[in-house]
Design a protein around this ligand. Sequence first.
Ligand SMILES: [Mg+2]
Length: 175
Amino acid sequence: MSKIAYDLSKMRAVVFDIDGVLSPATVSLGENGIPCRMANLRDGYAMQRAIQTGTLDLCIISSADAPGLRERFRNLGVKDIYLNAGDKFEILKYWMERRGYLPEETAYVGDDIPDLSCMRYVGLPVAPSDAAPECRDAARYITKAAGGYGVARELLEQILKVRRVWNTETNKENA
Ligand SMILES: [Mg+2]
């Protein structure tokens, strides 16, 4: 059923990096030098759906910081968004402890060296297909999608299908 060699029925939380995961690793720069990120709308739908079903808790930990980022993910229903993150691992441990999630109940999706300690800590480390080789080595699952092109969709859809809460019918929800 799932392509992921892991018992997805025990997942309770999924943590995402932004750059290289929810947005491509290559971004355009505005004239002010500020990166202009992209968002995948099908990722958005799956994230919204995961939260609405109440079956998965989502968290974002990113060293990036831009006002629009927080707004985008808050609008999808993500409550815990840590931007401008220095030590991602410290934040991850703090968040999991606060929420009571065990490593084996948690997935972390990362694409570069600063994500490695987080990936090694959780039960299900995931990397996009174009992640840094170190992250692909550390990953238990490598998505078919490259960063920014449906990584969250690919992962969440499989978890929600195992839970039988993936809605395959047309509905009015927009991400
Ligand atoms: Mg990244």
